[in-house]
Design a protein around this ligand. Structure first.
Ligand code: NDP
Length: 247
């Protein structure tokens, strides 16, 4: 049987970038996946099609995590479709053009915290109530929580929050054999990265990365798949840096 055969997974933000690669990899490993997108229905349909073409099962659900109740509705609709959810990957996040603190407005802060951190709290709370024993939670953070950068205060704050949620949930859910970990990517070639950095800046990033290139979404998805699988049963409350050695 495939390594995740019989498992049911939810991936937030699975229509593009790293989330898409996670959906494809978990489905390839045998899991049935419900994934969310915010507004890009075309991209989500493409992912469904690609997974089906490879013999897997993935179903898109629209859930703009900035909207009240969206995270809970996503988990409920996933359970209706799949049954109890064994694997939860909190990947969806928004970013923005780096902006100095002095010029940031509080609406951007609130929106970033709502999508990137509050929604993770809500899906984690759902997992605490409903996830079967032996489940897996993987939250996607960023290298920027340990390598501070200018202009990203709300983003960094939201990711710091989910790292703390990871640590507390790991303590609370461990007795049920549920592991809760963070994966922190470095610069990974996606719309989010391209939308917030110039091509020249990205060349410099590749130069200061030990492995000499930007990350690819699959580089991160493969780490998530490992943590979602049985061989990672003794790893919990960790923050795995999947960065290619970005200095
Ligand atoms: P992308 O911008 O490429 O994709 C973002 C995904 O999240 C899409 O599926 C998008 O849906 C969804 N999304 C965006 N806004 C919302 C919202 N309001 N509600 C629900 N879903 C939403 O991002 P990446 O793949 O680059 O990033 C994935 C994760 O990796 C994020 O947590 C990010 O912080 C983290 N990360 C990324 C790095 C990088 O270099 N790329 C580096 C470090 C961390 P839709 O298609 O509908 O817009």
């Amino acid at each position: 049987m495939a390594v995740l055969g019989g498992k049911r997974a939810v991936v937030t933000g699975g229509s593009r970038g790293i989330g898409r690669a996670i959906v494809e990899r978990l489905a390839r490993d045998g899991a049935e996946v419900v994934f969310s997108y915010a507004s890009n229905a075309g991209a989500a349909a493409e992912v469904e099609k690609a997974v089906a073409g490879a013999g897997g099962r993935a179903h898109a659900v629209r859930a703009d995590l900035a909207e009240a109740g969206a995270a809970e509705r996503l988990m409920e609709s996933a359970e209706k479709r799949l049954g109890a959810v064994d694997i939860l990957v909190n990947n969806a996040a928004l970013s923005f053009t780096p902006t100095p603190l002095a010029e940031l407005d509080e609406d951007l802060y609130d929106r970033t915290m709502t999508v990137n951190a509050r929604a993770v709290f809500l899906t984690l709370r759902h997992a605490a109530r409903h996830m079967p024993d032996g489940g897996r939670v993987i939250n996607i953070s960023t290298l920027n929580t340990t390598r501070p950068a200018r202009g990203i205060a709300p983003y960094a704050a939201s990711k710091g929050a989910i790292e703390q949620l990871t640590a507390v949930a790991a303590m609370e859910l461990g007795a049920r054999g549920i592991t809760v970990n963070t994966v922190s990517p470095g610069a990974t070639d996606t719309d989010l990265l391209r939308g917030t950095n110039s091509a020249e800046a990205l060349e410099t990033v590749a130069e200061v990365t030990a492995l000499g290139r930007l990350g690819r979404p699959a580089d991160v998805a493969d780490v998530v798949a490992f943590l979602a699988g049985p061989d990672a049963r003794w790893i919990t409350s960790q923050n795995i840096h999947a960065t290619g050695g970005l200095a």
